[in-house]
Design a protein around this ligand. Structure first.
Ligand code: P5A
Length: 446
């Protein structure tokens, strides 16, 4: 993409309405625009990051054997009356009436709708196990929408639902989700710690929230510092293996890590004092096992193969896709702007032309642009007739992890400069070597 032809409405002033750094930076970098309280338009740069996150989530869900689909945003109140949640959900639910006076709602989650799909089409235990998921907009009429996309009213969620014959099978699905979530967050450059939590309106006893540690997080968390040493890394996992998924669960939940809702001061006090941590975190996902809560209420049963009908065991599992954009920025920025992890960056590399209009510089930039594109990378080429300082400031603000700077002096010596946004370190390389280096950096991310 050439910056002269892109739509990147960066702001010079720091927006006064934004209280936390990710919200400020998303507005300044031209990623989002507020449409009304807690509802945002995703401008091209923000949209690209959102899509990258979605892509990672899809890849990891499919890898775990879960099946993508798409349900609507608007739902009929009837289903929610069946489960008993139509009244229970309270004012967070946006209720709508259509022209035929039918009660509708903008879905805050999809347990009822997926259970209805299941009971309409699945009758036998032979069709189990089954996990379906979608990535779809949700609406929750939050009392205090704030912090930009972090606590929105309209927000994008990946929500998945497992259907199993037995509790053991459903707990395997729970563990599979835990593993796939650990992998997903790490690919986004994040450490998200599974913590024992409270299930709230979704229900059930078994639930973990995934929290990214950040001072601006809305949740207070208590944990043993040893938990932060754990990484999933690139270990191979067989998602069908009960033992393998179970062992990841045991490893990642072996240390004390709880949200304030489940915090137990007595148990916490038993951790050596130097390892006790009280901090704040951003909840970027949550997994639930709630057994037969919805299948009982809505009659989702299967033949058990022995002549009987049994309600299926279920769980649901959510990732805050749009919230993650803010969470990643909270975890990765400096005073100049965003620093995108390579896994989610909107463009892979910036090309900054220090002397637009100079034939040699323009030619070298065009060649770099073509060579990077030919490698399957997406460069953002600042081809505007701006001064160098302004170009650097824009690229620092929008946070691309790598920048190639092209100027007449370097070109005279046959080199361009490759700079890391994170460390600020630069390396002089031939243009060909710079392209090869960037391709190598991104190889594990594609
Ligand atoms: C699990 C999937 C559920 O709704 N039902 C389907 C279950 N879980 S949850 O924890 O309530 O939400 C899942 C994740 O969505 C994000 N989230 C939000 N993101 C932005 N703004 C909001 N107002 C908001 N509310 C929830 C969180 O990341 C949460 O973990």
């Amino acid at each position: 993409m050439r910056l002269s032809r892109y739509f990147l409405p960066v702001l010079k002033e720091t927006p006064s309405e934004a209280q936390i750094v990710s919200h400020r930076l998303m507005l300044r970098a031209g990623m989002i625009k507020q449409a009304s309280a807690g509802i945002y338009s995703w401008l091209p740069l923000g949209y690209k990051v959102l899509k990258r996150i979605e892509q990672i989530v899809h890849e990891e869900q499919i890898r775990a054997g879960h099946i993508p689909m798409l349900m609507p945003t608007l739902q009929s109140a009837e289903l929610w009356r069946e489960s008993g949640r139509y009244d229970a959900y309270g004012p967070e639910m946006l209720r709508i009436r259509d022209r035929h006076d039918r009660d509708m709602l903008y879905g805050p989650t999809n347990e009822e709708m997926i259970t209805d799909i299941f009971r309409s089409h699945v009758a036998s235990y032979k069709d189990l196990p089954l996990t379906l998921y979608h990535i779809q907009w949700k609406f929750r009429d939050e009392v205090r929408p704030r912090f930009g996309v972090m606590r929105g009213r309209e927000f994008l969620m990946k929500d998945g639902y497992n259907f199993d014959l037995t509790k053991e099978d459903a707990l395997h699905a729970y563990n599979r989700h835990l593993v796939s979530y650990l992998r997903s967050y790490e690919r986004m450059g994040l450490q998200a710690i599974p913590m024992r939590a409270d299930s709230g309106p979704i229900g059930g006893d078994d639930t973990h929230e995934f929290l990214v540690l950040a001072e601006t997080g809305e949740s207070e968390v208590f944990y043993d510092s040893q938990i932060t040493d754990l990484r999933f890394g690139d270990r191979a996992i067989d998602y069908d293996s009960v033992e393998q998924c179970q062992s990841v669960l045991e490893e990642f939940t072996s240390r004390y890590a709880r949200t304030d809702e489940t915090h137990d001061p007595e148990v916490f006090a038993q951790i050596p004092q130097e390892r006790q941590r009280v901090a704040r975190g951003i909840e970027v996902g949550q997994i639930f096992y709630f057994g037969t809560k919805y299948s009982d209420a809505m009659g989702a049963t299967v033949d058990d193969g022995q002549g009987g009908k049994v309600p299926v065991h279920m769980g649901s599992h959510g990732i805050g896709v749009s919230r993650l954009v803010g969470a990643i920025i909270e975890a990765s920025h400096d005073d100049k702007g965003i620093i995108w992890p390579e896994g989610v960056t909107p463009f892979h590399v910036a090309i900054v032309n220090l002397k637009q209009g100079d034939a040699a510089c323009d030619g070298a930039c065009e060649d770099l642009y073509k060579a990077l594109t030919a490698k399957g990378l997406e460069p953002l080429y600042d081809d505007r007739a701006e001064r160098a300082g302004a170009k650097f400031a824009t690229m620092d603000l929008i946070g691309l992890p790598w920048r190639i700077t092209v100027g007449p002096r370097g070109l005279g010596a046959g080199v361009v400069e490759l700079t890391s946004r994170k460390t600020g370190e630069s390396e002089e390389l031939s243009p060909e070597a710079a392209v090869a280096r960037v391709a190598e950096i991104y190889a594990p991310h594609r």
